[in-house]
Design a binder for this molecule. Structure first.
Ligand code: F6P
Length: 336
C-alpha cells in the first residue's frame, strides 16, 4: 500500500518536451509535502542503470517551472530494453531504497516502466511505477493531451506567421514541415491556427491532386496569391512535396523544416498547469496505492489509468477538424 512509499525516483525519457521541468517540480513538491524523499534520475533509464542520480528537495526545483527542456536530461536507452539492463537498474533501486518511480515521457517510457516493475516483483522487490505523458506529438493513446503539445504548436505558428509575411510580399508558396513523428495532431492544429491552404497528415492517405493541386488552384481562383502548405513529418519530405508542386503547378515554393525548434521554449500556461496537475496526481497515486498507472487527461479531467490498459488504448483522429480547415480555407471545398 501507499504508506510504504518513503522514497521515489523521478526521470524524464524520450524526446524532451516543454513542461517536463514543471512536471518534475510538481512531483518533488508533492512528494516533499507527503513526507516522501525524491531522487532525480538523470538521462532517462540509463540513469538507473548507471546510478546517475541527484537528490531533489523542494528548493532544488525552484525557478524551473518556466524553463523548457529537462533539468534531469533525457536519453533513449537500448540497454534498458534487455533484462540484464533492467537488473542493473533494479540494483540501483535497491541501493537507493526506491519504492516508486515517476517516469515522464511517451509510450516507450511507460513500457519500460511496466517491465521494470514486473521484473522487480519477480526479484521479490516492490517497485511501483507511474507514467506522465510528455511529448510534443500528442500521440499517446490513453490521454487526450500530452505535455509539450501546446507550446510546440505556439512555437510553430509563431514561425509560420513570420513566413507568411514574406510569402505574401513575394506572392510565393511556402511548404513547412512540422514534427509529430507518425502522427498529424501537431500539423493539423497548426494548420488550422495559421489558416493553411493545405495540411498533409499521415492519418489521411495523400492524393496530391486533391490535397495540394486542387487546393492551391481554388485559392488562386478565389484571389489568393500566396499559399501555405503544412506537412507533418510522418507524411514524408517537405522538400519532395515542394518539388512536386513545382512540377505540377509551375510555381517555385520555398521549403522550411521547423525541426527541433518545436521542442524548445518556455512552456505555455496550458503546459505548466497540465504538468503541475499530472505531477501532483502521479505522487498521490503512489501514496494512495494505485499500482502502476498512467496519469491522463480525459474530458478535461486528470485520471489514473492502469498502465497495461493505458498502453493498449488508441486515440481516434478527429477528421472533423480536418473538415473545419477545409471549410475555412479561401476557396475551400467540402472534404471529398
Ligand atoms: O517524439 C518527439 C519528437 O520531436 C518527434 O516529433 C520527432 O520525430 C522526434 O522526437 C525526433 O527525435 P530526436 O530528437 O531523437 O531526433
Amino acid at each position: 500500500m501507499g504508506d510504504n512509499i518513503k522514497r521515489i525516483g523521478v526521470l524524464t525519457s524520450g524526446g524532451d518536451a516543454p513542461g517536463m521541468n514543471a512536471a518534475v517540480r510538481a512531483v518533488v513538491r508533492t512528494a516533499v509535502g507527503q513526507g516522501i524523499e525524491c531522487v532525480g534520475i538523470r538521462r532517462g533509464w540509463n540513469g538507473l542503470i548507471n546510478s546517475d542520480f541527484v537528490p531533489l528537495t523542494g528548493s532544488s526545483v525552484s525557478h524551473i517551472i518556466n524553463k523548457g527542456g529537462t533539468l534531469l536530461y533525457t536519453a533513449r536507452s537500448e540497454e534498458f530494453m534487455e533484462e540484464a539492463g533492467r537488473d542493473k537498474a533494479l540494483n540501483t533501486c535497491r541501493l537507493l531504497g526506491l519504492d516508486g518511480i515517476v517516469a515522464i515521457g511517451g509510450d516507450g517510457t511507460f513500457r519500460g516502466a511496466l517491465a521494470l516493475s514486473r521484473q522487480a516483483a519477480q526479484r521479490g522487490m516492490s517497485l511501483q511505477v507511474v507514467g506522465i505523458p510528455a511529448t510534443i506529438d500528442n500521440d499517446i493513446g490513453c490521454s487526450y493531451y500530452t505535455i509539450g503539445f501546446d507550446t510546440a504548436c505556439n512555437t510553430a505558428i509563431e514561425c509560420i506567421d513570420k513566413l507568411r509575411d514574406t510569402m505574401q510580399s513575394h506572392e510565393r508558396c511556402s511548404v513547412v514541415e512540422v514534427m509529430g513523428r507518425h502522427a498529424g495532431y501537431l500539423a493539423l492544429a497548426v494548420g488550422i491556427a495559421v489558416g493553411a491552404t493545405a495540411v498533409l497528415i499521415p492519418e489521411r492517405e495523400l492524393d496530391f491532386e486533391r490535397d495540394i493541386v486542387d487546393k492551391i488552384r481554388r485559392a488562386r481562383l478565389a484571389g489568393t496569391t500566396h499559399y501555405m502548405v503544412v506537412v507533418a513529418e510522418g507524411c514524408g519530405s517537405a522538400v519532395e512535396i515542394g518539388d512536386r508542386i513545382h512540377q505540377e503547378l509551375g510555381i517555385d515554393p520555398r521549403v522550411t523544416v521547423l525541426g527541433h525548434i518545436q521542442r524548445g521554449g518556455s512552456p505555455s500556461v496550458q503546459d505548466r498547469e497540465t504538468a503541475s496537475r499530472m505531477g501532483y496526481e502521479a505522487v498521490m497515486s503512489l501514496v494512495e496505492g494505485d499500482e502502476n498507472c498512467v496519469i491522463s487527461v480525459q474530458s478535461g479531467c486528470t485520471m489514473r489509468i492502469e498502465m497495461e490498459e493505458a498502453l493498449q488504448m488508441t486515440k481516434e483522429f478527429h477528421m472533423d477538424r480536418y473538415r473545419l480547415l477545409e471549410a475555412l480555407t479561401n476557396g475551400g471545398s467540402k472534404l471529398k
